[in-house]
Design a protein around this ligand. Sequence first.
Ligand code: DX5
Ligand code: ZN
Length: 229
Amino acid sequence: MRNLLIAPSILSANFANLGHEVQDVVEGGANWIHVDVMDGQFVPNITIGPVVVESLRKDTTAPLDVHLMIVKPEQYIPDFLKAGADSISIHYEATPHVQRALDLIRSAGKKAGLALTPSTPIQAVENVLSDVDYVLVMTVNPGFGGQKFIPSMTEKVRSLRRLLDASKYTQVAIEVDGGINADTAREVSLAGAEIFVVGSAIFGKPDRKAAMEKIRKQIEQGMQPVHAR
Ligand code: DX5
Ligand code: ZN
């Protein structure tokens, strides 16, 4: 059985009640807390910066998974590391210095992720496989919570899993992000995803713990050993 991780995305949380809502999902079994950082340039939306990561770090022991949707991420990686991030993903499309940025994260002893927007081919990861712990496959176009899962991304996840399994970096995990709910989670789980970012389908629900439970069950079904990778 592969390692299944659920990472609720605080983008859909009520920021005026953030500590309480995060505590709720952690009690419900959240493995990582996903933090979406947007700069209004790489994506058409602005969210939060290192100060929020710093506050969360003081408030929870759950690993903080920072998703940088910003241009020139290498300029801000040190700030997020200092704030307490446990894993940081940067976008392939956001910098000409992908390897340098990944190395900066790894050198601090943290997990490095490479994120791909839907139109970026999986081959983008091939030359940096030794520098990544996980590949984040965006299953919507980055920028907003609550969007619809793009169906062709299931095949992208499947192809990426094959590429990783055929390489010597089989331990590299696939994280999926965007439009993940109980149904789409099962589908991408069957295709080989292991880390599931879920925003509106958890934080958008009145009973966050029940929503988490439902999604975990669906994913576990997809993760039975008989699954086809
Ligand atoms: C989108 C973000 C996602 C977002 C997912 O750009 O990277 O993490 O919060 O939200 P849902 O699950 O609602 O699509
Ligand atoms: Zn994200």
